[in-house]
Design a protein around this ligand. Structure first.
Ligand code: 3PG
Length: 403
């Protein structure tokens, strides 16, 4: 491996900073955690660190969004899963956090509050500048080792990801180790046609990735669902009313340009389902009225997409096709996952929502690679080097030179 792993270090008695990604789906009304998959995944790394003093740091949601919460509920979930006391501090870089870190005993685990409470963690930095942030300057001196295990945020150049490895020995945690090993293997056997099924709501990220995927020969067909699908349908003037999303004019214009540049690549839904007085109502996209909100795909779209999936050499699916948490709108997501599971292609399923849906359907065994990572995995597949992986590779080079 081009990166160091936990097996390269003597961990006993060391104080270890572990960057996890415990960013979970959150119920917008109750603020309860809806799916705990990413917290469950953290356990393997924590078990490897059982003789160390462990400090977990993670973000949750984005500032201003309704999934932006503290990490107190995550601490409770982890405590239950590990059957072990998890210390929690409502602080990230202040005196309370520093005190709690210094007081840790061997074998104890402390979870810091949402990293994005610290303004710096909401910006991208060069690794050198990230090393000079207040977060890294204050905290790094308290640690012996930095473990990067937040593969879903491997595409972010945030201080907690690219800053600490500049000033501390750094290695991959078990999740990152497994992802890098599996994906490297899969990419060597991946063959055309490459079918990408993209849903989800992080539209600007998705648009950037789509362009790179096509340019790098990794997307022969892009089948669009979810909010990104709506953006393309708006660009095609098939949805008449504004979608009411952030930076709408800009993202619709970008989608329009992409359709113009690659007219044969994109497929968008022909029929959809809306919520009318609590009922699922299916209709052709052209029949949609003003104010109708799309909650799922219709059967014609599912049939068309499933055919393309069954003829693929490689299928990558990321992001739910609709509001799958509500049973009556889970049809599109479940049907596409079934088509992916039944195809002869090399299959990759990405993102927390789809991982949960796949598990619910009992289809996980039929998929070649399942990852809770969304945007990071899309970018990995474009062939771009992710900032976290670059940071880990450079940390290995530095470590080998210095030791
Ligand atoms: C994700 O869920 O994709 C990661 O946790 C990254 O979150 P972000 O897109 O808010 O940086």
């Amino acid at each position: 491996m081009k990166v160091l792993t936990l097996d390269d270090f003597d961990l006993k008695g060391k104080t270890v900073f572990v960057r996890m990604d415990m960013n979970c789906p959150i119920d917008p009304d109750t603020l309860e955690i809806l799916g705990t998959k990413r917290i469950e995944e953290a356990i393997e790394t924590l078990k490897s660190l059982e003789d160390a003093k462990v400090v977990i740091a993670s973000h949750q949601g984005r500032v201003g969004n309704n999934d932006y919460t503290g990490m107190d509920k995550h601490a409770k979930v982890l405590e239950k899963l590990m059957n072990k006391k998890i210390k929690y501090v409502e602080d990230v870089i202040g005196e309370a956090a520093q005190k709690a870190i210094k007081e840790l005993e061997d074998g104890e685990i402390l979870l810091l509050d949402n990293l994005r409470l610290c303004a710096e963690e909401n910006y991208e930095f060069t690794p050198e500048n990230a090393a000079n942030t207040i977060m890294v300057s204050r905290l790094a001196k308290l640690f012996d080792l930095c473990v990067l295990d937040s593969f879903p945020s491997a595409h972010r150049s945030h201080p907690s990801i690219v800053g600490f490895p500049q000033v501390l020995p750094a290695c991959a945690g078990r999740i990152v180790e497994r992802e890098v090993r599996n994906l490297d293997q899969i990419m060597t056997v991946a063959k055309a046609p490459h079918v990408i099924v993209l849903g989800g709501s992080k539209v600007p990220d998705r648009l950037e990735a789509i362009k790179l995927l096509i340019q790098n020969g990794r997307a022969d067909h892009v089948l669009l669902t979810g909010l990104i699908g709506n953006v393309f349908m708006r660009a095609q003037a098939r949805i008449k009313s504004p979608l009411g999303i952030k930076r709408e004019d800009e993202v619709v214009a970008k989608a329009h340009t992409l359709i113009g540049e690659y007219p044969d690549v994109f497929a968008t839904p022909v029929d959809i389902a809306i919520d009318k007085d609590g009922q699922r109502v299916e209709m052709d996209v052209r029949e949609m009225g003003k104010g109708d909100k799309i909650f799922d795909l219709g059967p014609k779209t599912v049939e068309y997409y499933s055919k393309l999936i069954s003829g693929a050499g490689t299928v990558f699916i990321s992001g739910p096709a609709g509001f799958f948490e509500k049973e009556k709108f889970s049809y599109g997501t479940k049907s596409l996952l079934t088509a992916v599971a039944n195809s002869m292609a090399t299959t990759i399923v990405s993102g927390g929502h789809l991982t949960t849906a796949l598990k619910q359907q009992g289809l996980a065994d039929k998929i070649d690679h399942i990852s809770t990572a969304g945007g990071a995995l899309v970018l990995y597949l474009t062939g771009e080097k992710l900032p976290m992986i670059k940071a880990l590779e450079e940390a290995k080079e530095r470590y080998s030179t210095n030791s």
